[in-house]
Design a protein. Sequence first.
Length: 456
Amino acid sequence: MKNQETAQAPEARVHWSSRWGFFLVTVGSAVGLGNLWKFPYMTGSNGGSAFVLVYLFCILLIGVPLLMAETLLGRRGQASPVGTMRLLVAEAGASKAWLAIGYIGIMGSFLILSFYSVVAGWVLEYTWQAAGGFAPAPKEAFGQAFSDLLANPGRLIFWHTLFMAMTAAVVLGGVTSGIERANRIMMPRLFLILLFLTGYGAFAADLPAAFRFLFHFDAAAINRSVLFAAMGHAFFTLSLGMGAIITYGSYLDRATSIPRICLQVAVADTLVALLAGLSIFAVVFAQGLEPAAGPGLLLQTLPLAFSQMPGGQVVGFLFFVLVVFAAWTSSISLLEPSVTLVVERFGLGRQVAVLLVTLGIWLLGVAVALSFNAWSGVTLFGLGFFDLLDTLTSKIMMPLAGLLIAVFTAWVMQRRHVADEIGLSGRSFSFWYRVVAFVSPVAIAIIFLNVIGILG
Ligand code: PHE
């Protein structure tokens, strides 16, 4: 039975129109709120350059090799994350338990999108306000404005609904005319806006101070919590383990070289995080504000800065448009894995599948929105619903899926299948293979045990 199974799906799967198409959609998935919202505030709260250094190290040692592995799985399977794992498990004659990689990915992307969309909703609200310009006001007023937004379920649900509708609208269009086209429009503009903002940072704000903050080497500032925060973030920012990369890989044709393009994606993602960090901190320092402001950095500190600086209205508006583009192209990659599974499993049309999945995620998102106000008293394991979902996905499901992907690729799949699919040979293949077999799993196991330790 087993031998008759091949890695080919029964019918031909749609493919991205080109190598460039795959590059854009994958960068689109990777570059998101993780780069523009999480990275700056985590850097600010974790001692600046210490966090950046460890993060860069993790991207290179865990992130890039795993990004290649995950793309490889998807391309070989040519199906949804679950369908892909079904084929690969059969091909390797392995236990069905490995289907967990597919199921964790689907569940993870579903859960992440439910709260990602609520945060993206905050960004839509601030984009709306930025269009009119932020009126100068004392610092506390900006903090109060953000708290008022969180306390208002109607507004949160309105923006969350709009963002889910935007995401669904793109995915409804299909793989090439929806997802690829949206990324072709948004990603180049995102880069242009970012370059403009960094240029603005160089001339109008305090770029040298930002540069020192991010790159001044200070080994003493590296401690365990910095190490673990940076490793977890490397997963999140590269969209690893959550079905998105397997799904995008499944739309990749056999002609494209996986290692090179994955490296380019990781470089682009890192560049965006660093440029965003530079321009944001340049503004923060120029205005004498606090870099360690936490999650509110983007929504309280920056609007305050924009309200005070020359050209703040235009720059502020462009900045929030940039964040919307980034969040939107990521959320698309969070919706597609469940959609492709529902189509595959239940034989439904894409339209019906998009509507059903969107409705499910939207409902969960409403609960997330309410967890900031009406249901703020409801907690589980001492965490509110929002924190619970964030912890469950980025601290547990992502490292677990990453660990399983590394072990499956290096220890369960046949080595010649892996070599054939990744298209590396000689020393570069052995190097990558060893990293996936040993370095990444060990590093992930360390984060994972630490998290369990913290929770327990
Ligand atoms: N990488 C995205 C970001 O940085 C988030 C994401 C995680 C997207 C997992 C897809 C899958 O915002």
